[in-house]
Design a protein. Structure first.
Length: 510
């Protein structure tokens, strides 16, 4: 009862602040701008928030944060739209939507995919916001209990799960994950300051860029794959609202993934120093492993879209827990949110909740309002988005290349990023020819830096004793799950290989 009374009290404070005319306007501008920017390949919320950050000098604190948060949520919606319809992620976190959302569009079910994306995103956001309002202090205290050993073990679990996402051999998945880890090493060693694998190239001292890698592996590779054909635009798409509604079977297959995905995303989003976006790949791997028809994943399985979408948006909501209550950003976007707070003269930390309750709870209530606006904006526009597929190939894909290059270049205003984009585009095409999955590589790169940092810190605190990973219950459990998942993947692959061999020897047995 006390928790409920606290919830009601916080809601009233937040509503009083969020439903003012000015803050509603800032919320609308933020989500609309974020949605438009997210649809353009290569231009994500990071770039949009970076460009808008100087404007916040002239805005009230609550209005500035509400607008930036609206851009964050809106870009997540828009990035998924681009991934589903064009096979090109609007931003790196939307890459998982390409795996099954894009095949659905090629099957003429682009409208259904977009509708389910909106519903799953709204559900995940709702779960994340409710948990944020109910358990922000509790989650913050629990997150403080995680030490470097726990973080390192969770990173390893994420890397092992990434190797199970692929359609083929787990060995290939592990190989791609290791390649991603190797790429994450490039640059300056944070601990010693020494250069690693830079080959005297000045631009590599800060490491390889995430955006060129993601855009090259997905956007450039997809354009090259479809060069000379019009496979997408020739698919008959249905535009009426009735045709865009998911079937009863679609709902049945999506409810479970949305529940599991939102829980997974909310958990990882609340952990300080980690990005909730990595949980989307874990959600996809989990849904594929527990599915009765794993062979459908990568070919238009709606579970592979609903689960990660709910997971991603739940993580977006709870990612503000460590950012606002501890002053620890989970990713670059949360770091910009901290910068916006500091610009307004507010020191991030527990005093944000106690000293500025109207700001904190008004921001959280605005998340809900922003997501409602996004649903209202996006569902009626599904027909418009699907009509993108009618644009002739010779016009569409050069435009995609143009916006991709603009997005990559505008990140650091560096021509070297364009060359990196071309290089990883060639790597993506080669991987496609060899039937190697890009997702484990991308996640290996994303988690490589934090994994190395936490591993080093753990060994430093334990004076080189690796047994500390097994002495702490949370890290030991994560390592046990990782070992089980790896063994299960290898066993499943070997079992499938034996079954295929038996079928080839005795076709009647099939």
């Amino acid at each position: 009862m006390e928790l409920l009374n606290t919830f009601v009290g916080n809601m009233s404070i937040g509503l009083h602040e969020a439903v003012t005319i000015s803050n509603l306007w800032y919320c609308f501008v933020g989500v609309t701008l974020g949605c438009l920017v997210g649809v353009l390949p290569g231009l994500g919320s990071l770039i949009a928030i970076s460009l808008l950050l100087p404007i916040t000098y002239h805005l009230p604190a609550s209005g500035a944060l509400i607008m930036l948060a609206g851009v964050y949520f809106g870009a997540d919606y828009g990035g998924g739209t681009c991934s589903i319809l064009l096979g090109v992620p609007g931003h790196p976190a939307a890459a998982v939507d390409v795996l099954d959302g894009y095949p659905m569009a090629k099957q003429g079910r682009g409208g259904v995919a977009l509708f389910m994306k909106c519903i799953a995103s709204f559900w995940g956001s709702t779960v994340g916001i409710v948990l944020l309002m109910l358990f922000a202090p509790i989650l913050a205290d629990a997150a403080l209990a995680f030490g470097p050993a726990e973080y390192c073990a969770l990173m390893l679990l994420g890397l092992v799960a990434a190797s199970t996402v692929g359609q083929g051999s787990p060995v290939k998945g592990v190989a791609m994950m290791v390649l991603g880890l190797i790429l994450s090493i490039v640059g300056t060693d944070v601990s010693s300051g020494s250069l690693r694998f830079t080959f005297d190239v000045l631009e590599l001292e800060d490491g390889l860029g995430l955006i060129p890698i993601a855009m090259g592996l997905f956007a450039i590779a997809e354009v090259v794959k479809n060069a000379g054909q019009n496979a997408v635009a020739n698919v008959a798409q249905k535009f009426s609202m009735r045709d865009q509604l998911p079937t009863r079977e679609d709902w049945r297959r999506s409810i479970g993934p949305m529940l599991r995905g939102s829980g997974l995303g909310a958990f990882f989003g609340a952990l300080p120093g980690t990005s909730g976006g990595m949980a989307t790949f874990l959600s996809y791997a989990m849904e594929k492993r527990i599915s009765k028809h794993p062979e459908e994943f990568g070919k238009g399985a709606i579970e592979g879209l609903a689960g990660p979408e709910a997971c991603n948006n739940a993580g977006v909501g709870t990612a503000f827990v460590p950012t606002l209550t501890l002053g620890i950003p989970g990713d670059a976007i949360m770091a910009l949110m901290l910068a916006a707070l500091i610009i307004q003269g507010i020191q991030p930390g527990p005093e944000v909740v106690t000293g500025h309750p109207e700001l904190f709870w008004g921001l959280i209530v605005s998340f809900w309002i922003g997501n409602i606006i996004l649903v209202v904006l996006n569902i009626p526009l599904i027909g418009l988005w699907v009509r993108l597929l009618q644009i002739p190939y010779p016009i569409m894909f050069p435009g995609i290349l143009l916006f991709t290059c603009i997005g990559v270049f505008s990140t650091h205003n560096n021509v070297f990023d364009i060359w990196s984009l071309i290089a990883f585009g060639a790597i993506g095409v080669t991987m496609m020819q060899l039937r190697l999955e890009p997702v484990p590589l991308l996640l290996g790169y994303i988690l490589g830096g934090p994994f190395e940092e936490y591993f080093r810190r753990t060994l430093l605190l334990s004076k080189g004793d690796a047994g500390v990973f097994l002495e702490r219950p949370i890290s030991a459990t994560a390592l046990g799950v990782a070992a089980f998942l790896l063994a299960w993947s290898v066993w499943s692959y070997v079992k499938a290989g034996r079954k295929n061999a038996e079928v080839q020897q005795d076709p009647k047995a099939a």
